[in-house]
Design a protein around this ligand. Sequence first.
Ligand code: ADP
Ligand code: MG
Length: 431
Amino acid sequence: MSDVEALLKGARERGLMMTMADGNISHVPFTAHPSQFPRVAYEEARQLQPLFNKLVVTLVRERHLLAHIAAEVSKYDAFIRGLYDIFEQVPPVDRMFGITRSDYMLNGDGRLLQIEMNTISVAFVAFSSHLARLHAEQDLNTETNRALEEIGSAFDEALRLYGMECRRVLMVVRPEEKNTFDQDLLLARLKEQHGIEVTRITLEQASTTVVLGPTRELLVDGHEYGIVYYRSGYTASDYPSASEWKGRLLLESSCALKCPDVGSQLAGMKKTQQVLTDPKILENFLPATECEQMRRCFAGLYSLDSEEVVQMAMSQPTSYVLKPQREGGGNNLYGEDMLSALRSMGADERRAYVLMELIEPIPFNAVFVRDGQTVPCSAVSELGIYGIFIAEKDHLVQNTASGYLLRTKAHGVLEGGVASGFSVLDSLSLK
Ligand code: ADP
Ligand code: MG
């Protein structure tokens, strides 16, 4: 059996499958070998993760900056307004549970630069861990990836914090999610290793079936749930009617731990990321040494409320990317598209976006395995570090980096994302 045949067999056996655009089920696209990445940059990213986690928790606890940013964006963005309304309506959370992922690219000049911090519905926890094991069978240099084990244990820990010997998690999903393979592997781990039961529910179903008990316990069909785990609800199309918003409000009003609570979701806005690049603002939340460490990975990020910034983008359209307050890939605007969007938008509308310096990694040779075929190409990678935080009032019960996601795409492809078809899954070979 060739190496690639062995990989394909391994991918099928481990459940690394997805529903393709044509409706057929195939293996997830991946690289034939783990890709090289500098060890120092990887270690730096790992060290940053607890700082970004702590920043999210602090922003939610202190409220005022998040409320201010969300209120501003709400003027131009109805989706953020919906989230912000809920943030203002529900009592402040005292227990928090987050599964995060901060994404980076290594710029050509050697700087490790943050793409974004994801605070909701981070994907590929299981796939990335399994692929590293698969790659390791052929390449002993493959960096171990314990995301699945560690995130599985975090659910256990968070349920213990909830107490009442509750072993139930309510997972919020889309009505017609086809790609549940990665989620299923995590759920199997929760059940087999930790005896945790997971029930899927849509936001619309939540609006009619969730009941709050006397002390805001989250009840569905008479069962109490200790965690709400969002794998939906992060984008405007997840809320097609008032029912979904009603469902979200009910879930957020419960005393279950929300992974994440609506405040942590707002902390993951691109606008929040941009505002925090101002040293005067960041330093209000974390000690100066930690701010200094974080700032090293900040790319140029700009608010579009000044004519100067708009002109800067217009005169060098290939040096920037324009980003709306959205998640899930495929929303950013580059080059000509950015130019025409900027031209057509009024000054107010622009404020719903941020402008970001384009990061340009040095390409390397890779071999992609797609639909059973190998495709050699010139590629660039995006490194994600998973993080876990569990907090009770001001105390961080857990705050860790836990495993990684490496996604690789053909050089010249601007967008990212495996589910959206731009990237393939990869593993690290540190050098
Ligand atoms: P989303 O929330 O949709 O995932 P991202 O900010 O992660 O939004 O952008 C999507 C993709 O676009 C990234 O995975 C990356 O491949 C590419 N990208 C985003 N920002 C930059 C940037 N500043 N420079 C180069 N590529 C970028
Ligand atoms: Mg992203």
